[in-house]
Write a protein that binds this ligand. Structure first.
Ligand code: NAD
Length: 480
């Protein structure tokens, strides 16, 4: 089995412990590679290399740093097919999705921040007759980046690109469930002549390698994307060390459909916003609220289309629904379907594991699932499932739907469908979330603030927000 390696101080190397963890192909349910089971020692070596590299990297001209990041971006692009296949194999997502979304977005994350940094300006505030304040923004030093399994390279590069562009050195950890493309990126970094120590990629478990990053005293900021419980643990651990924290956490997003929407466009987008990446996107709308007057029409059309969605092997170019990322996660999602039944929900489509033919018969597949008849405040409608499961719920008024939509602990993203402009603005304004899509879903502009409110996180990524997070402002006043 292929053994992945850590990337520390410019070199690919095995973990200090000599121990490895099995990495599974979810489409077959079999291990296909081994990843380093890194610990404190690996993180300490990476951090010390990053600390040593920092003075030179942070003093480099912006255009030189930009060039290095552009070489990384190009390096991925040149090995596109390999990255696409690796992402699909590791995660279970359809190869078509990895080709259309994941890997191109990783390429753009790096090129976007490589060029954004050239235009990033700090502020000045003139006080008439008194003086002038100007703000400098310096990189923080060594920063930690920890990312999840659902959009592996996409979210990994979304963090390391602004961190590196703004002059920091990075110790990064991809999810142990989907490490493969981050490993390929370390090969690209070696080929691209990334200066040693600037970017270090450590593989391993959250509770050992991840924890060591969070606790290392020389890592001054942590950018984390993952579950809310992990985020709470990181905040509790890093808070007393006064580390800068960016936490992008879970969601339970509402999709609000008013009767006056463009029905066909709404229907096709709602299928994507419910089930893209097997529903394992933090931005998927898992609670669908439908205005009562079109509830039956929507239900019939949606159930008919979703029931016809083929669950298939990720490497088949025609597959729209691939495998769930891991056995544990599949079992968690199935347990929520059972819970929904216990809570009185009726399964309108899916609701069960799917078994494909050998050699995929041990893979982790779940049919896209639609449930109705549940109150908005039951556990199924309050807790994050993060799989191909949505609930339908009718509503009669804006007030009622807003109360239900805002009733969870989360507040990441919301989608709403209406052709009434005033209503769209009014409802968008009242939704408790960091992002609202009106008559669309997952249209991304890398310049916009990205993140959630309440238990969906603290801070924002994207554009200037990310560059601000990864720099420390200093205000300097001069008397006139
Ligand atoms: P997770 O919290 O289990 O793991 C995320 C990362 O944190 C992994 O790399 C893991 O190894 C690491 N980790 C785990 N425990 C740690 C610890 N104690 N200390 C340090 N690091 C630790 O999340 P997951 O299951 O990989 O991802 C799914 C979750 O991510 C969902 O809740 C989803 O909503 C969320 N998510 C949020 C966004 C967003 O932008 N808000 C985007 C994608 C995914």
């Amino acid at each position: 089995m292929k053994k992945l390696q850590n990337y520390i101080n410019g070199k690919l190397q095995p973990p200090k412990s000599g121990n490895y963890i099995e990495n599974f192909d979810p489409s077959k349910g079999v291990a296909f590679s081994l990843i380093p089971d890194s610990n404190l020692e690996d993180v300490a070596e990476a951090t010390s290399a990053a600390k040593k590299a920092f003075p030179k990297w942070s003093a480099m001209s912006l255009s030189e740093r930009s060039e290095v990041l552009l070489r990384l971006s190009k390096g991925i692009e040149e090995r596109m097919d390999e990255f696409v296949a690796a992402e699909s194999l590791d995660n279970g997502k359809p190869v078509s999705l990895a080709r259309q979304v994941d890997i191109p977005r990783a390429v753009s994350n790096l090129s976007f921040f490589a060029t954004a940094i050239l235009h990033f300006a700090s502020e000045s505030h003139y006080m008439e007759g008194v003086g002038i304040n100007y703000t400098t923004r310096k990189p923080i030093g060594v920063v930690g980046c920890i990312s999840p399994w659902n959009l592996p390279l996409y979210l990994f590069t979304w963090k390391i690109a602004p961190a590196l562009a703004s002059g920091n050195c990075v110790v990064a950890k991809p999810s142990e469930i989907t490490p493969y493309t981050a490993y390929l990126l370390s090969e690209v970094a070696v080929d691209a002549g990334m200066p040693p120590g600037v970017l270090n990629i450590i593989h391993g478990l959250g509770t050992s390698a991840g924890d060591a990053i969070v606790k290392h005293p020389d890592i001054k900021a942590v950018s984390f994307t993952g579950g809310t419980a992990t985020g709470a643990y990181i905040a509790k651990t890093a808070g007393p060390m006064f580390k800068k924290l960016s936490l992008e956490l879970g969601g339970k997003n509402p999709n609000i459909i008013f009767a006056d929407c463009d029905f066909d466009e709404m229907l096709s987008t709602t299928i994507r916003s419910s089930f893209a990446n097997q529903g394992q996107i933090c931005l998927c709308g898992s609670r669908i609220f439908i205005e009562s007057s079109i509830y039956d029409k929507f239900k019939t059309a949606f159930v008919e289309k979703v029931s016809r969605m083929k669950v298939g092997i990720p490497s088949d170019l025609n597959t729209k629904q691939g495998a769930i990322v891991s056995k544990d996660h599949m079992e968690k999602v199935l347990s929520y379907i059972e819970l929904a039944k216990e809570e009185g929900g009726e399964i309108l489509a899916g609701g069960k594991q799917v078994f494909l033919d050998a050699p995929y018969d041990k893979g982790y597949y779940i049919a896209p699932t639609i449930i109705e008849g549940l109150p908005h405040d039951c556990r199924t409608n309050q807790e994050e499932i993060f799989g191909p499961v949505v609930t339908l719920c009718p509503f009669d008024s804006e007030e009622e739907v807003l109360e239900m939509a805002n009733s969870t602990q989360y507040g990441l993203a919301a989608t709403l469908w209406t052709s009434n402009l005033k209503k769209a603005h009014r409802v968008a304004d009242e939704i408790h979330s960091g992002i609202v899509w009106i008559n669309s879903w997952l249209v991304r502009d890398l310049r916009t603030p990205f993140g959630g409110v309440k238990a969906s996180g603290v801070g924002r990524e994207g554009g200037w927000e990310a560059l601000k997070f990864f720099t420390e402002p200093k205000n300097i006043f001069i008397k006139s």
